[in-house]
Design a protein around this ligand. Structure first.
Ligand SMILES: NC(=O)C1=CN([C@@H]2O[C@H](COP(=O)(O)OP(=O)(O)OC[C@H]3O[C@@H](n4cnc5c(N)ncnc54)[C@H](OP(=O)(O)O)[C@@H]3O)[C@@H](O)[C@H]2O)C=CC1
Ligand SMILES: CC(=O)[C@@H](O)[C@H](O)COP(=O)(O)O
Ligand SMILES: [Mn+2]
Length: 382
């Protein structure tokens, strides 16, 4: 039996992780969970999975849940509560499924506590890949990718030697606006942006997919997970999201991982690795029915956020922290209807240009740069 803690259990990845646990009650048990403010989701998972501990980010939601369950199970609050869920003594595996850089500290604490990490929260590796990978190495903790592209690459690399890898090729759907011109992007709505062509995901990552910042983050995530320079990590447009990513080897042989777009597959693989279990809820791929798959090169002028991410990743240091913090603030402002879609990349560019690079930032500096960037980007609103 593996005991699981889910950080972000009420979200898209969190609820799909609960689906996997539900599908294999003889293999997995929920030890702890966190929610942000979703009281109803917390009530449901407590009733069904009886975790020992539930962490809640929102004060009001915490008070409601504490009044209902306090004494029967641990209801804990805020960032400290999130860390308690991450280090919960019962848990073997921590699924990091919160959104944003709020996931960094609990992930580091979980690593220090020796937990296996099933990593969905890519922002953690964007802002502090150097700290997270060093901590995982020091504590001999596996970082198992949940992100579909990284799970694909991880699967392709099983049994392969690092020195035999030529490059990684990440596939990108192109997001909600892939068929629009740049001119048309000036007038798109939040509602339109939230319609991803292939995946049903949380709001923030769906916007990141539309700007392709998601792919930029994934390039940085791949750099840290698979230890390859940015020059050997490529992106190709692939409309169908059926090939989840590819690895090219030195002899030009290319391995790919395919499947219908269903996050429960990579989530389950991270939880069962190195084993595989059946997943009856997932739909098998039928290539004959599918008929055709499409590929195209990425235009870095059309998707400027992807260019920013490559540049920030290559220059390194504190730039990816700024990239992420500016993006989180700009996306939140767009989702709140306060700025147009194209202002997202404009604000990120301004934040990056203004920043004075700090090389090898430690946790406290990362937190300061994150806060400073957020304050700057918010000031652009007024
Ligand atoms: N969705 C997907 O298919 C994929 C997601 N990812 C990555 O996984 C992560 C989660 O994404 P996704 O599931 O889509 O996101 P969602 O927005 O669906 O879920 C986010 C979760 O985080 C919680 N949360 C939000 N803000 C806070 C906070 N300040 N403190 C504590 N908890 C908080 C939410 O709680 P509440 O609901 O109560 O507000 C919710 O449980 C992201 O990093 C994303 O990039 C990676 C690959 C695929
Ligand atoms: C499901 C998943 O892993 C997402 O990160 C997905 O990759 C988004 O797709 P695009 O960023 O390619 O639109
Ligand atoms: Mn992905």
């Amino acid at each position: 039996m593996k005991y699981i803690s889910i950080l972000g259990a009420s979200g898209s990845i969190g609820t799909q992780t609960l689906d996997v646990i539900r599908a294999h009650p003889d293999k997995f048990r929920l030890a702890a969970a966190s929610v942000g403010k979703n009281v109803e989701a917390a009530r449901r998972l407590i009733a069904e999975f009886s975790p020992r501990l539930v962490a809640v980010a929102d004060r009001g939601a915490y008070e409601t849940l504490y009044s209902e369950y306090g004494g029967r199970l641990a209801i804990v609050y805020g960032e400290e509560g999130l860390v308690e869920a991450a280090v919960c003594s019962e848990a073997d595996i921590v699924v990091t499924a919160v959104v944003g850089s709020i996931g960094l500290v609990p992930t580091l604490k979980a690593i220090e506590a020796g937990k296996t990490i099933a990593l969905a929260n890519k922002e953690t590796l964007v802002v502090a890949g150097h700290l997270v990978t060093a901590a995982a190495e020091k504590h001999n903790v596996p970082l198992l990718p949940v992100d579909s592209e990284h799970s694909a690459i991880f699967q392709c690399l099983q049994g392969e030697k690092h020195e035999h890898v030529e490059k990684l090729i990440l596939t990108a759907s192109g997001g909600s606006f892939r068929d629009k011109t740049r001119e048309e992007l000036a007038h798109v709505t939040v509602e339109e942006a939230l319609c991803h062509p292939n995946w049903s995901m949380g709001a923030k990552i769906t916007i990141d997919s539309a700007t392709m910042m998601n792919k930029g983050f994934e390039v940085i995530e791949a750099h840290w997970l698979f230890r390859l320079p940015y020059e050997r990590i490529e992106v190709v447009l692939h409309r169908e999201s059926v090939i989840h990513s590819l690895v090219e080897f030195r002899d030009t042989s290319v391995l790919a991982q395919l499947g219908t777009p269903d996050m429960r597959v990579p989530i389950q693989y991270a939880l069962t690795y190195p084993e595989r279990l059946p997943l009856s809820v997932a739909k098998p791929l039928n290539l004959a029915t599918l008929g055709t798959l499409h590929f195209a090169p990425v235009d870095f002028d059309r998707y400027r956020c992807l260019r920013f991410a490559y540049e920030a990743g290559k220059r390194g240091g504190s730039l990816p922290v700024v990239l992420n913090a500016a993006n989180e603030e700009a996306v939140a402002a767009f989702l709140a209807g306060r700025i147009p879609f194209l202002a997202i990349e404009e604000w990120i560019e301004r934040a990056l240009e203004r920043h004075r690079l700090v090389s090898d930032p430690q946790l406290e500096e990362i937190r300061e740069i994150d806060a400073d960037t957020r304050a700057y980007v918010r000031s652009l609103l007024s």
